[in-house]
Design a protein around this ligand. Structure first.
Ligand code: KG4
Ligand code: ZN
Length: 333
């Protein structure tokens, strides 16, 4: 079944075509980063306007790259939430209209379930059950994924998301937005033991996160060391990243052990961090647990993962109706 996927929950307008649940024929992502960069974060109103401009050309390009015609599309999957309401509405309304005009089945996908499905799009996907960490600019969630349709939320951040912490630290260091990739690059040149930042585990048997204390500690350090900041930047980045990695790795592996899972997965923008992947894989393998990741180009927001989850929902008859709407915060996870 050929599915058109559409994603517009934040600052990426994306469309993808899937031939079946695992075969990506095309995945087009139009990023608005250049526009939001100068504001140091995503400006919701600008994001909505840019989605409106990008949505039709991005869908056309995905269809063209897939080598199909519009008539070949048999179903539509679109992100329904969580995300920025104005941004979500652009993709959702487009998908609704497209499916209605062509009389196609269509479904709304939970963005976070989409991220989990991105791992299933790798050449070597994990067997169920597994523990999954979805770490992005908006979320840091741990799930127990028992089957294709069974996602139990075990824990989440109580304040900042992991990617948001990367972005805020990058901003404090004058490195621009988004900050994950640049902090990772600088951290590789620094010594993580030069500046020791706090690790917040909250309840060590629980799976919730908190990154605001770490962010404040970095801010304090920068304030107190203004004079020789330049030479310390790589060490600050390395110290910060080490603190994030310690907590993410500990909690994810702990979640797998609590559920008796031999497999773990990471998804979302932060899972593109190679140092994190190497670290978690090493910690896991010492405990007989294996780490699975999405294909690198599907770590961040994309529509292939939405199409993959939507493929399953459509096959199960889990369809949306025209009077249904988007949601900004997680409802059914
Ligand atoms: O999944 P995503 O593309 O969008 C959201 O749903 O938020 O994630 C974007 C987040 C940003 O906060 C970005 O800084 C972070 O992922 N990120 C990274 C890396 N690449 C992107 N964080 C750490 N290391 C990276 N290499
Ligand atoms: Zn995302």
């Amino acid at each position: 079944m050929i599915i058109l996927g559409i994603e517009s929950s934040c600052d990426e307008t994306a469309a993808a075509v899937l031939a079946d649940q695992h075969t990506v024929l095309s995945s087009v992502v139009s990023s608005q980063v250049a526009v939001h960069h100068k504001y140091g974060g995503v400006v919701p109103e600008l994001a909505s306007r840019m989605h409106i401009e990008a949505i039709a050309p991005v869908v056309s390009e995905a269809v063209e790259q897939a080598g199909i015609s519009l008539d070949d599309i048999e179903g539509v999957a679109v992100t329904r939430g969580p995300g920025l309401v104005g941004a979500l509405l652009v993709g959702f309304s487009f998908a609704k209209a497209f499916a209605w005009a062509r009389n196609l089945p269509w479904t709304g996908v939970n963005h976070l379930e989409g991220h989990i499905y991105s791992v299933l799009l790798s050449d070597d996907p994990p067997a169920f059950p597994f523990a999954a960490l979805v770490a992005s600019g908006g979320h840091t969630n741990i799930y127990h994924v028992a089957s294709q349709d069974d996602f139990e939320l075990m824990g989440q951040t109580r304040d900042d998301a992991a990617g948001e912490a990367f972005d805020k630290v990058a901003k404090m260091l004058g490195l621009g937005y988004p900050g994950g990739a640049v902090v990772e690059k600088l951290a590789a040149q620094g010594d993580p033991s030069r500046v020791k930042f706090p690790r917040t585990y909250l309840d060590k048997d629980g799976f919730d996160f908190s990154f605001s204390g770490l962010k404040s500690a970095v801010s304090r350090y920068i304030h107190l060391n203004k004079d020789n900041l330049e030479e310390m930047i790589p060490h600050i980045a390395a110290g910060f990243q080490a603190a994030v990695m310690d907590v993410l790795s500990f909690k994810l592996i702990h979640a797998a052990q609590a559920k008796g899972c031999k497999n773990i997965a990471m998804a979302g923008g932060v899972s593109a961090n190679s140092a994190l992947a190497i670290r978690v894989a090493a910690d896991a393998s010492k405990r007989g647990i294996r780490l699975y990741l999405p294909p690198k180009q599907l770590c961040g927001d994309n529509a292939a993962m939405i199409a993959a989850r939507g493929h399953r929902l459509i096959q199960e008859g889990n369809l949306c109706q025209l009077d249904q709407d988007v949601f900004s915060r997680t409802r059914f996870l």
